[in-house]
Write a protein that binds this ligand. Sequence first.
Ligand code: T3D
Length: 263
Amino acid sequence: MEFETIIYQIKTGVGVLTLNRPATLNSFNGFMHEEVKTALKDAKTNDAVRCLVITGEGRGFCAGQDLSDRAAKVTDDGPDLGDSIERYYNPLIRNIMTMEKPVICAVNGVAAGAGASIALACDIVIAARSAKFVQAFSKIGLVPDSGGTFNLPRALGLPRAKGLALLGDKLSAEQAEKWGMIWQCVDDDVLMEEALALAERLASLPPLGLAMTKKLLNNSFSTPLHQQLEVEKEAMRWLGKTDDYQEGVSAFTEKRQAKFTGK
Ligand code: T3D
């Protein structure tokens, strides 16, 4: 598929979506939102994609909204940012968090504003040692959007989420790993190699089980225990009848590599 503001490629079960507006640290304009939406739709529906990696071109991952689009006052009372959030950012986060496939964020450089929120919305975040996470919103009088106020305290707990969101300080990838906000921090030159290795591992695992695991974990913070136990039970009942469960058990007992089909 041909795009102008992103690169989207599929190889060995893995889709790689690269944000590609490096001159503005891959910040979002409306056109890039549309192209990302198209790529995410393909990743969601295309059987050739069993895991998606999102990364950025150049020295940044994503600096959130392109602020040059916001510099001019479009109306006397200012722009309707709620409209932009409803049209672009909220669907983007829903598309990532509800995709029935694992999404890895390979944070190659600074992730600021909605860029940081996108990383937090992904299932596994692996970051280059030089990368930074910045809750840039407070410096321009906004709130952490794109699920930031939801995912940041869940990843870090309230005290650290509040410190980062109110101060807008840069958080290094190393500190983010120490605090448990991301899965792993790796040397810059091996970031994509490591991200793709993780993605290929995930692409070879049973898709239905992974999709259900993601869903249950994402919902767990807003579900009471008795209900979560019921949901787990029903998931096990359903997954136990899949071909992939049979294949997994057979491969284990026969001491061979399993081959999962997603059925
Ligand atoms: O509006 C809506 O639709 C509502 C939704 C909002 C969602 C949001 O994301 S709000 C938050 C928007 N983002 C920011 O506030 C971040 C702004 N950027 C920064 O604070 C810094 O650039 C960084 C901390 C990300 C990186 O700093 P640094 O020193 O490494 O790089 P730099 O020199 O500031 O930036 C490099 C270039 O990218 C520079 O352009 P130049 O001077 O080389 O021509 C800079 O202007 C440009 N750039 C960086 N971020 C943005 C940007 N251009 C447009 N929009 C940006 N967000």
